[in-house]
Design a protein around this ligand. Structure first.
Ligand code: ARG
Length: 446
């Protein structure tokens, strides 16, 4: 009997495929979390007297065995005809332990199981993504420091504006990612709440100890109200997607700069040879394909919160199978995002900046504000100095003052990269990423 709800009637094959086929592969992301959640649940059932100590031991041993033998070895399969990960785990337990296996589902529903699994999964994804982002951040800071004296034209309206530097440019993306972490904090806090015990969405008449499972899984708090816990399905995913979209926006804009700066009309940087590709017709081409695909992917990702929102829109409270569709959008997006970050890391590392860019006469107007400021320092009121230099530009007598002396915080001469790194470290520490991980590791090993 492969359906938990089997009533002995035959099923239509197409309907069967339509309702469950995606889940059979997508749910593989959730196996670890389903097992950990089940261990927490049975430990609580034993505590409140709904499971004997020996049943609890047998179930826990078997769950850990499934984890070690099938999850860690990537060999867990959701068999054909089985609907989802929750059914598969319960079926394995029942096959191996008989009636004991059937006891595990007291006081819960697949609705709170999938809620729980998703939250545990996303909580851990935030932890892992933060680690990769930390590598991107450190690389950007390193490159900023290495290139702090390499000047770069700064633009407003895509018009030559003021001197900038590669130190500023690389460091800017680093601090931008730092700000993106604030959205990760919101996503983390949203997901770090225990929904288990909400069951089908309306709680249970068993005296479940939800505070106990909250502690066992290292959650910061519970989603107390059972109806709200169910409302969290999709909302948690959307909030997570907003955080991804924030990073994606930073990265897509960074990739746009790279493509622009690499163009022959700018020529500010060279790309690593193996990150470019040739043209089938134009022999001279070295196209920035990797950076373009990254840009496209990061742009596409920014739609994810909206897509998820469209699935949720106008759903009444309570569980609906529509919510399963969120997985179809979110899970592949997460893998794609992580792969893109890995490639971005390699691609950024190989970028070579060009020196002496501002020596080109076409950039001499970058220095007008430096001239104005020197006059101001010598006592000329700003508006008069501005006029004087403006007139020199107009009548062709302007001589750029190439000496740049920017010293305030966050400027060319004082990048404040150490302060930015401190900010990063503090924001990562504020996420408290290890508590949840340690709790789950503990459930899966003891
Ligand atoms: N695959 C389902 C989902 O993702 C699991 C919950 C099924 N619940 C139900 N009542 N059919 O939503």
């Amino acid at each position: 009997m492969k359906k938990l709800w089997d009533k002995g009637k035959p099923l239509n094959q197409l309907i069967e495929k339509f309702t469950t086929e995606m889940d059979r592969s997508l749910d593989l992301e959730l196996v670890k979390w389903d097992i950990a959640g089940s261990i927490a649940h049975i430990t609580m059932l034993e505590k409140i007297g709904l499971l004997s100590n020996s049943d609890w031991k047998a179930l826990k041993e078997e769950l850990i065995k499934i984890y070690n033998e099938q999850v860690l070895t990537d060999s867990f399969v959701i068999e054909s005809g089985v609907e989802d990960v929750h059914s598969q785990v319960e079926m394995i337990l029942t096959n191996r332990l008989g009636d004991v296996g059937k006891k595990i589902h007291s006081g819960r529903s697949r609705n709170d199981q999938v809620l729980l699994d998703t939250r545990l999964y996303l909580r851990d994804e935030i932890r892992e993504i933060t680690i990769i982002l930390g590598e991107v951040f450190s690389l950007l800071i390193k490159k900023s420091n290495e290139n702090k004296d390499v000047l770069l034209p700064g633009y407003t309206h895509l018009q030559v504006a003021m001197p900038s530097s590669f130190g500023l440019w690389f460091g800017a993306w680093a601090e931008c990612l730092c700000d993106d972490l604030l959205l990760f904090k919101a996503a983390y806090d949203m997901t770090d709440q225990n929904p288990l015990g909400s069951a089908a969405g309306y709680g249970s008449s068993f005296p479940l100890d939800r505070t106990f499972t909250t502690e066992l899984m290292g959650f910061n708090t519970l989603s107390y109200n059972v109806v709200n816990a169910q409302l969290g399905r999709g909302k948690t995913e959307r909030t997570f997607a907003v955080a991804l979209a924030g990073v994606a926006s930073t990265c897509s804009r960074m990739m746009m700069d790279v493509c622009l700066y690499n163009s022959q009309n700018f020529q500010f940087l060279d790309l690593p040879e193996d990150f470019t590709t040739g043209s089938s017709i134009m022999p001279h081409k070295k196209n920035p394909d990797v950076f373009e695909i990254l840009r496209g992917r990061f742009n596409k990702l920014q739609n994810l919160p909206n897509t998820i929102n469209q699935v949720l829109n106008n759903l009444p409270s309570g569980y609906h199978r529509d919510l399963q569709v969120v997985k179809e959008e979110l899970f592949p997006a997460i893998s794609e995002f992580r792969e893109s970050l890995e490639v971005l890391l390699m691609a950024l590392d190989g970028i070579k900046v060009k020196k002496g860019l501002l020596d080109d006469p076409k950039y001499q107007l970058l220095f007008t504000v430096e001239n104005v400021n020197t006059l101001v320092k010598n006592g000329v009121p700003f508006r008069d100095a501005y006029k004087q230099i403006g007139m020199e530009v107009e009548n062709g007598t302007y001589q750029p003052e190439r000496e740049i002396n920017h010293t305030h915080e966050g400027s060319i001469g004082n990048l404040c990269n150490d302060q930015i790194s401190l900010k990063w470290n503090k924001r990562v520490a504020d996420l408290h990423l290890e508590k949840g991980k340690n709790a789950i590791d503990n459930l899966l090993t003891n």
